[in-house]
Design a binder for this molecule. Structure first.
Ligand code: CA
Length: 234
């Protein structure tokens, strides 16, 4: 266990709560989207081609995907259909050309959850992703409440009774993941997958450090350790 984790090399890794796959071949647009979404607290993996996107979306665990339809190698619509055929049920936001309403209809029919026509504001993409993820996890309210703990992911605030407690982005990400799965065992690897993006240095032992901090802030019994398996939100 490394108590100094947040001040060591880990401190330079991106802090993020939600993992997004961005499949977009327009590099300037992708750079702008990735940057904007990261500022909104998402961890973003970028794939430049349909082939790469298809692979990442089928093998990595994402909370949502932003998928351009006009892509080299494999068209976006094919990527979408293949993910769905393989049982990947993550929320998918498709990006389409301005005038191509037929593409939007086709995309939605193929299992996309929402679309945005280019050009768009990055802030709107972030807002729509948050709404899709919220809906996908079965919550119509942005607040997550378990016992006397109340988490507002959009505001990054947690309340215990009347007390507001400040969490770092990683603590928040871990708490959000655990609170969305009450009573279920979550492994360190799963938590790692949701807290770090692919480019970050992943160290599962730092998860232990964050869990320790959450317990100090929220109370010891809130998160139980299940020996050899992981953690459980009680
Ligand atoms: Ca394109």
């Amino acid at each position: 266990m490394r108590a100094e984790a947040e001040h060591g090399p880990i401190a330079r890794t991106r802090e993020a709560a939600i993992r997004i796959l961005l499949v977009e071949d327009d590099l300037e647009l992708a750079r702008r989207l990735k940057q904007g979404l990261e500022q909104s607290g998402f961890a973003v993996d970028h794939a430049e081609t349909g082939q790469d996107g298809l692979f990442l979306g089928a093998t990595e665990d994402y909370d949502a995907a932003v998928l351009d339809l006009g892509l080299p190698e494999v068209p976006g619509l094919t990527v979408l259909k293949k993910w769905r055929a393989a049982g990947r049920d993550l929320p998918i936001l498709i990006l389409t050309g301005r005038a191509a309403w037929t593409e939007r209809v086709e995309g939605l029919n193929a299992g996309a959850d929402d679309y945005m026509a280019k050009p768009f504001q990055v802030a709107e993409v972030a807002a729509r992703l948050n709404a899709l993820i919220r809906r996908a996890s079965g919550r119509s309210s942005p607040l997550l409440r378990r016992g006397d703990i109340e988490l507002n992911p959009a505001e990054g605030v947690v309340r215990v009774g009347e007390t507001t407690i400040e969490l770092t982005a990683k603590e928040l990400a871990i708490l959000l993941y655990l609170m969305s799965r009450p009573g279920r065992i979550v492994s360190q690897d799963q938590l790692c997958d949701h807290v770090y993006d692919l480019d970050s240095q992943r160290q599962s032992n730092t998860i232990e450090v964050y869990i320790g901090r959450l317990r100090r802030k929220l109370g010891r019994d809130v998160i139980r350790t299940v020996r050899g398996l992981g953690y459980r939100f009680e």
